[in-house]
Design a protein around this ligand. Structure first.
Ligand code: ADP
Length: 484
């Protein structure tokens, strides 16, 4: 900031001093003109006065009588004016003193010339004035000599002044052009310097924000003490706080997984033994309570397992072991694990599976299909029908110009109560359920579909639900095709 400021002050100073030099030169010229004009006026008035005196002495006319005192006053005024104009120039003042003396002498002589007529009023007495006229002529000549030096000096100034003025004007013009040019250059350079400094630092900050998202270490704080640097420092502090919070969250999860899951598993073991009568027969009422406790503990363990599962996927710790796998095999494995649950409700699971393969982590995808199937069983009426289908579909490419992708679509259709349209996206978020009672009545936690979504997206696929035309819902998932 101080560099352009100093430059601007210097520029204004140069312009002002050049301008005042030009003005001084113009004033000098005007002053010289005033002096010359006044000197000429003095000479003219002296002649006028002499003429008036002479004319009066010869003709005794009223006009000359009146004109004489007037011109006499003018001579005094001219001298006063000259005193003021060249009062501060000792050399010129010295020359002017002589002009004063000549003028005084002249005035006396003119008075004398005029009074003679008044006194004598005869032609004879005027004879003597012949010498007086000679004296008048010589006096005018003396005045010319006295003022010549003054005029010469001023005329020299008048001759030099136009050249000096145009020289000053040229300098002023050049200074203006150079100054404005430099101003533009400095402004452009400063704009480039500042914008480069700002954009570079903003780029670092923007990269930092994507590094946070990827979990990579941040760039060191940007230099400076301005708003951008302060914003970056706040961002670094915020990320440090987030990292601390993340460490605490992980510690909490570890505590939950070890300190809660292990004792719960042993409680479940004891309850299973109790309900199986391994520790002796239990009274009917006690057996009922033990069974309820067993299923509650079972639900708690599933909830903890689901939570830890989701955390692993979110942290990216869950590595997929991807390989081409037959969809038929995946569906069979999932359906087989749910045979007893389906039989309990008299539900039939029909399958129409094309001989297609997907590129997937087999166990993870079986987990997804099991979740969809168990939900379908849970929400189907007794004796209902569930249809599982799989076929190849072509999806429109996300980027223009690239060929359409071939995906495998697996659908699980049921004829249960269905999922209302406004909740079809929401139920894939954590702890979201269609009805508040779903948690207690069907023993769910609302995490299963969130896990399914994470797993499918890890495979580069997508998942969703739509209305089944015959009532109920159709859950679908699309996974990239696997070639053997
Ligand atoms: P959970 O079943 O453990 O509660 P999910 O995430 O698997 O958790 O399901 C979330 C919610 O979605 C369920 O609680 C239920 O309200 C709804 N839902 C899931 N599948 C179906 C289905 N086939 N029919 C109707 N509602 C369903």
């Amino acid at each position: 900031m101080s560099i352009p400021l100093v430059f601007e002050i210097l520029f204004v100073w140069v312009l002002t001093s050049l301008n005042s030099q030009l003005e001084a030169e113009m004033r000098r010229e005007a002053h010289a003109k005033d002096v010359v004009r006044t000197v000429f006026k003095l000479q003219r008035d002296l002649l006028d006065c002499a003429t008036a005196a002479a004319a009066f002495s010869l003709t005794n006319d009223v006009y000359s009588d009146e004109r004489f005192p007037l011109t006499r006053r003018w001579i005094k005024q001219d001298l006063e004016q000259l005193d003021i104009l060249i009062g501060n120039n000792p050399e010129q003042t010295r020359k002017l003193k002589y002009a004063h003396v000549v003028a005084e002498r002249g005035l006396k002589l003119f008075d004398d010339l005029k009074s003679r007529r008044a006194e004598a009023a005869t032609l004879d007495s005027l004879i003597g004035t012949g010498t007086t006229y000679g004296r008048v002529r010589s006096l005018v000549g003396q005045m010319g000599g006295a003022t010549r030096d003054i005029i010469e000096e001023e005329e020299r100034i008048l001759a030099q002044s136009p050249g000096m003025q145009s020289q000053h004007r040229e300098m002023l013009q050049n200074a203006l052009i150079v100054g404005v040019g430099l101003n533009v250059v400095v402004a452009v350079m400063l704009a480039m310097f500042f914008s480069k400094g700002i954009t570079k630092r903003l780029e670092i900050m923007s990269e930092n924000s994507s590094r946070v998202a990827k979990g990579e270490p941040l760039h060191p704080p940007v230099e400076g003490s301005d708003e951008i640097a302060q914003l970056d420092q706040t961002f670094h502090r915020m990320v440090d706080d987030l990292n601390q919070a993340e460490i605490k969250r992980q510690q909490l999860l570890q505590t939950v997984s070890h300190d809660l899951r292990s004792p719960l598993s042993s409680v479940r073991g004891i309850l299973t033994l109790l309900s199986a009568g391994a520790m002796g027969p239990l009274p009917e009422k006690a057996l009922g309570k033990v069974k309820i406790a067993e299923s509650d503990v079972e639900r708690l363990i599933k909830l903890i397992t689901d939570l830890l599962d989701l955390e692993k996927i979110a942290e990216g710790k869950s590595q997929l072991e991807v390989a081409p796998v037959q969809v038929k095999r995946l569906v069979e494995r999932a359906a087989n694990s749910l045979v007893s649950l389906a039989e309990e409700k008299g539900i039939n699971i029909s399958r129409t599976i094309d001989p297609v393969q997907v590129l997937a982590d087999e166990d993870r995808l079986v987990q997804v299909i099991v979740n969809l199937l168990s939900n379908a069983i849970k929400f189907s009426p007794d004796g209902g029908e569930i249809e599982v289908e799989a076929a190849m579909v072509e999806t429109v490419a996300s980027t223009a110009g690239s060929p359409p992708k071939q995906m495998i679509e697996i659908t699980v259709a049921d004829h249960g109560r269905g999922v209302p349209e406004d909740l079809q996206e929401k139920i894939f978020e954590r702890f979201e359920q269609v009805k508040k009672t779903d948690a207690t009545e069907s023993g769910g936690s609302g995490l299963g579909l969130a896990i399914c979504k994470s797993i499918v997206e890890l495979h580069g696929g997508s998942i969703g639900v739509r209305q089944n035309q015959g009532g109920g819902s159709i859950f679908w998932l699309r996974i990239p095709q696997g070639r053997s």
